[in-house]
Design a protein around this ligand. Structure first.
Ligand SMILES: Cc1cc2nc3c(=O)[nH]c(=O)nc-3n(C[C@H](O)[C@H](O)[C@H](O)COP(=O)(O)O)c2cc1C
Length: 407
């Protein structure tokens, strides 16, 4: 794996050298990025000697490309150790005033954070709030140890042992390759149903949940085809993205690409109706009332349910109430193996949010409520539970289909 190691300006920065050595020993490529304060504690030369690569320190020392973007795109995992209180605050609030914090914002892969600081700094409400923000964003936090600290105090705040941080990275790596044998078809976003050539019917889906699923699947080694309605999101790295606009186009692309899929995740919010006989010319403004005639769109999830073979079929149910009952009803009526009940309409979960609170209804009869978490973390939990369900249902054979909002 190609690992980025971000080093903050704390007394534990010297332990990052040991971490870099361990990661190299485990066969990873390691690129170190140091903050200005980190250079007060350890010299970049130490990391250059250990990793065989010049440590990056200066955002403006551009040689050829825009380095913080190209470096972000070229690596698989970012670990920040030690993460100082200052660095955690910057990451939590999206500040980007040096190489490391700017790269953090440009990086789309998994992030592990190992904080280290004085016990009072660690327990301060500001640090704890920043920690919570980073945790909810889906980052892996390698908790600091408790013990004697360099400041002479005793308590939590000591950087986790380099071996423990390396092990956390190793377990991320192992976990991240567990979809290597899968071909996963994912749908995402809303559809747009034309009223005339300039107007359309749509919904509030942002596509973020489907894109998080695609990113998670690709990071865990799957071949991913993402069939996406119109969204304002960058196509995920390492994913084949197929743009569509209407429910009918989405249906056609899904069945065109279905054959090799071992897992299909259908998270799109497909329109339930489209305008019958939408005119080819713009409808003129008039003072009189006009009405639109709507026909139902194809029920993609139900069709997938009928044709699922030995695939595992997973649907989404976006609900504002009775989440569990509705998810289970959909599971049974659409012949799914899992339905992700998606609470929408709340301030902090659902459509445009970066967070989601879901309940998984499984064909095994189990209901698994997940805590409110970043969509990427929710995506990983969905795949974790899908893999367990596959073992329970068919041994090694599984395919996963996830539908959006069609009820
Ligand atoms: C000797 C010394 C040790 C320090 N150790 C820590 C530490 O362990 N954790 C921490 O959060 N800040 C520590 N600080 C404070 C940070 O260096 C300071 O907040 C700095 O701005 C952090 O920069 P960064 O964002 O580049 O990490 C220490 C400062 C000094 C002078």
């Amino acid at each position: 794996m190609k690992i980025l190691l971000g080093v903050g300006g704390g007394i534990a920065a010297y332990k990052a050298a040991e971490l870099a050595r361990l990661l190299m020993q485990q066969g990873h490529e390691v690129q170190v990025i140091m903050t200005r304060a980190a250079e007060e504690f350890v010299r970049p030369l130490t990391f250059a000697a250990l990793t065989g690569r010049k440590a990056l320190t200066d955002l403006f020392a551009i040689e050829s490309a825009i380095e913080h973007i190209s470096v972000a795109q070229d690596h698989d995992l970012l670990v920040i150790a030690p993460a100082t209180a200052d660095l955690m605050a910057k990451l939590a609030h999206g500040l980007a005033d040096d190489f490391l914090t700017t790269l953090y914002l440009a990086f789309t892969g998994p992030v592990a954070i190992a904080p280290a600081m004085n016990v009072n700094m660690w327990q301060h409400a500001a640090t704890q709030a920043n920690l919570e923000t980073l945790r909810r964003r889906g980052h892996r936090i390698v908790e600091p140890d408790s013990g004697y600290l360099a400041c002479g105090m005793t308590g939590p705040g000591r950087l986790a042992a380099p071996e423990e941080i390396a092990e956390a990275i190793a377990s991320e790596t192992r976990k991240r390759r567990d979809l290597e044998d899968e071909t996963i078809l994912i749908t995402a976003g809303p559809t747009q149903e034309p009223i005339d050539p300039v107007r359309f019917l749509s919904n509030r889906s942002s596509g973020k949940m489907g894109y998080a699923l695609a990113e998670a699947a690709a990071a865990r080694g799957a071949r991913v085809v993402l069939i996406s309605g119109p969204v304002n999101l960058a196509p995920p790295r390492g994913v084949e993205t197929v743009p569509v606009r209407t429910a009918i186009e989405m249906r056609d692309k899904v069945f065109e690409r279905l054959a090799p899929a071992t897992i299909v995740v259908k998270a799109a919010a497909v329109a339930d109706f489209h305008v019958a006989n939408a005119p080819g010319q713009k409808i003129k403004k008039t003072a009189a009332r006009i009405s639109l005639e709507l026909d139902p769109t194809p029920d993609i999830l139900a069709e997938l349910g009928r044709k699922k073979g030995d695939r595992l079929l997973i649907g989404f149910a976006a609900e504002t109430q009775n989440l569990q009952q509705e998810a289970r009803r959909k599971l049974e009526s659409k012949n799914c193996d899992m339905v992700v009940g998606n609470l929408v309409g709340g301030a902090d979960s659902g459509f445009e949010s970066d967070y989601n609170q879901v309940t998984l209804a499984l064909s095994s009869g189990e209901n698994i409520p997940l805590p409110l978490a970043g969509k990427r973390e929710v995506a990983d939990r969905i795949f974790d539970e899908a893999l367990k369900l596959r073992l329970a249902l068919h041994g090694q054979q599984i395919t996963l289909l996830t539908d959006g909002l069609k009820s």
